[in-house]
Design a protein around this ligand. Structure first.
Ligand SMILES: Nc1ncnc2c1ncn2[C@@H]1O[C@H](COP(=O)(O)OP(=O)(O)OP(=O)(O)O)[C@@H](O)[C@H]1O
Length: 337
């Protein structure tokens, strides 16, 4: 992790409702590094949106600090807070575009509010529409754009104030898988080329795996686990993390009972030769019980649970073979929650 961009310390937030008090966030400590693509994942109601809204002070925390590039936002007077907020843009699931304005006018809007001369704003708006691949649609109204195109306009608008951080609250949840992939690729490009730190709130592990380098798992208002995505994926410690890494865990666990191996693919190999060669090398059949894997440009990511014959020496041979291919492999026979 690079130097901190956002540091959250001892943050608490509760809401009074007619059914009593809801503790939405309890004692959150979190550090997001400069240049991270940082994921926050959790089940519905876990507190993700409240956390991201506390980051930019749309919600004022009850207790704790939110340090943004070293400055405590909770302690800033309103005017300074407004200025700081311009450095932390946000995009949403429902895009939140102004329907009466064209794509270009939407992108220019924050600049106009900031008092930027119209021509400068238009020039910057066009640059940003080019960055998000929408040059041809600058005159289109939101109703004439697809969901993915609307999110591209929203991203261009969010970038217009040259933010240091882009907060994305379920930004791909309303999109189909192909469009989701293209928006995630755009966010990755923005992170790499503009050096903008990105925070992604999602309930989908696939989004985290796709582009995040670090992740915090939030469970019932608290951080259950936080760290590098590859490490958590390979060795989840908390129950909440295990549930996310094994999305169909219950079904898999019911099947597990005899000898099984869990194999984690971290992108350093492809599936076909590894599994087929293991079968050939160990001269034993296997049965794939569970696979949550994907093939990206010939490289394998994800995990598999395979059932093996009941032969201890054979299982050890398979594990040695997989380790020699630099894969994580462990026996999960009898694995329970
Ligand atoms: N303005 C509010 N007033 C009252 N309760 C709220 C408010 N905002 C959030 N909550 C409650 O705080 C808890 C956390 O909500 P939050 O929206 O942060 O969760 P989430 O993880 O983003 O969920 P989802 O994925 O469903 O949006 C929930 O119990 C929710 O009902």
């Amino acid at each position: 992790m690079g130097e901190p961009m956002i540091e959250i310390k001892g943050l608490c937030k509760s809401f009074e409702t007619k059914n009593g008090r809801v503790d939405a966030l309890q004692n959150i400590d979190l550090t997001i590094g400069r240049g991270d693509i940082f994921g926050v994942i959790g089940m519905s109601g876990a507190g993700k949106s409240t956390l991201v809204r506390c980051m930019n002070q749309l919600e004022r925390p009850d207790r704790g600090q939110v340090l943004f590039d070293g400055v405590d936002l909770c302690a800033l007077p309103a005017k300074e807070l407004r200025q700081a907020r311009r450095q932390m843009s946000m995009i949403f699931q429902q895009f939140n575009l102004l329907e009466q304005r064209t794509a270009l006018q939407n992108v220019c809007f924050p600049l106009e509010i900031a008092g930027e001369p119209k021509e400068n704003a238009r020039a910057r708006g066009r640059e940003l529409l080019q960055l998000v691949g929408l040059t041809e649609r600058e005159g289109a109204y939101p109703a004439q754009l697809s969901g993915g195109q609307k999110q591209r306009v929203a991203i261009a608008r969010a970038l217009s104030t040259n933010p240091k951080v882009l907060l994305c609250d379920e930004a791909t949840s309303a999109l189909d898988p192909t469009t989701t992939a293209s928006i995630l690729a755009l966010l990755q490009k923005i992170n790499r080329t503009l050096g903008i730190t990105i925070v992604i709130i999602t309930h989908e592990m696939s989004v985290i795996e796709e582009i995040c380098n670090r992740v915090a798992i939030i469970d019932r208002s608290a951080i259950a686990e936080c760290g590098r995505v590859d490490e958590i994926f390979q060795n989840p410690q908390s129950e909440a993390a295990r549930k996310l890494v094994y999305p169909e865990g219950r079904a898999a666990r019911q099947l597990i009972g005899r000898r099984c191996l869990r194999i984690v693919f971290d992108g350093s190999s492809s599936f076909e030769p590894v599994i087929a060669n293991m079968v050939l090398a160990c001269k034993a059949p296997i049965n794939i019980l569970f696979a949550n894997t994907k093939n990206i440009e010939g490289r394998a990511f994800g995990q598999m649970v395979v059932q093996t014959p009941e032969d201890q020496a054979l299982v050890e041979r398979m594990i040695r073979y997989l380790h020699a291919q630099n894969l994580t492999a462990e026996e999960v026979s009898g694995y329970v929650e």
